[in-house]
Ligand binder design. Structure first.
Ligand SMILES: [Zn+2]
Length: 210
């Protein structure tokens, strides 16, 4: 049992590799990222092609979240935009693959509520989280493991460690990466099935080094 943000949490519901330090999870009130420091102007996602289910106000709302690149030490300029790369004949990737060494900390890109944690054959060890307004869903896949003590329902501050980069699921074992997806939480749709938004131009902050 550990105490995170005032919540008493059992680690027994976690799967995968569990590692310290639990103190990397800060309560939202302690977030140091509320000043929009380092913000850059949004452009490409506002002008490029996008899913018809997304409105300008959705994109403005996402920009207001001032997202952090969700891998420790990863800077915005080094991201490779593979959002529209093909997956099969009728599908696009709809996410970013962020390559990093195995066990590199995965960070909360926003003040988040952890919604789902499980392991499956495709995504491997995964986390689904929402922003605190429940407007957006953040999906993290192929993790090597979770932060020790992380549990569904936890509220974690932007920049907190939530897991570690890996290659679980259908990822190539020699190419550990974070599959990171942002979705609008669509009305009338399953929470995990909202229209994806390319996050590449919405990152206002480089990944911090915990
Ligand atoms: Zn991917």
């Amino acid at each position: 049992m550990v105490i995170l943000g005032g919540l008493l949490i059992s680690a027994a519901c976690n799967r995968g590799v569990l590692r310290p330090p639990a103190e990397s999870v800060r309560p939202i009130d302690a977030s140091p990222w509320t000043t929009n420091a380092g913000a850059i102007a949004p452009t490409p996602a506002h002008v490029g092609p996008r899913n018809a289910a997304l409105s300008d106000s959705d994109l403005d709302a996402l920009w207001e979240r001032q997202l952090m690149v969700p891998v420790a030490g990863m800077v915005r300029a080094s991201l490779h935009d593979d959002f529209t790369s093909k997956r099969g004949s009728d599908r696009i990737h709809g996410a970013l693959d962020i390559l990093a060494s195995r066990s590199t900390p995965v960070l909360a890109p926003d003040d988040c509520v952890i919604g789902r944690m499980f392991a499956g054959p495709v995504g491997g060890i995964v986390i689904y989280a929402t922003d605190v307004t429940s407007h957006f869903v953040y999906y993290f896949a192929h993790l090597d493991g979770y932060l020790l003590g992380l549990a569904v329902g936890d509220r974690v501050a932007k920049g907190s460690v939530i897991g570690y980069v890996g290659s679980t699921g259908n990822a190539s074992a020699d190419t550990p990466h974070l599959h990171f997806q942002v979705m609008k939480r669509g009305a009338g749709r399953a929470w995990w099935d909202g229209p994806p938004i390319n996050p590449v131009s919405f990152f206002a902050l480089d990944g911090s080094r915990p």
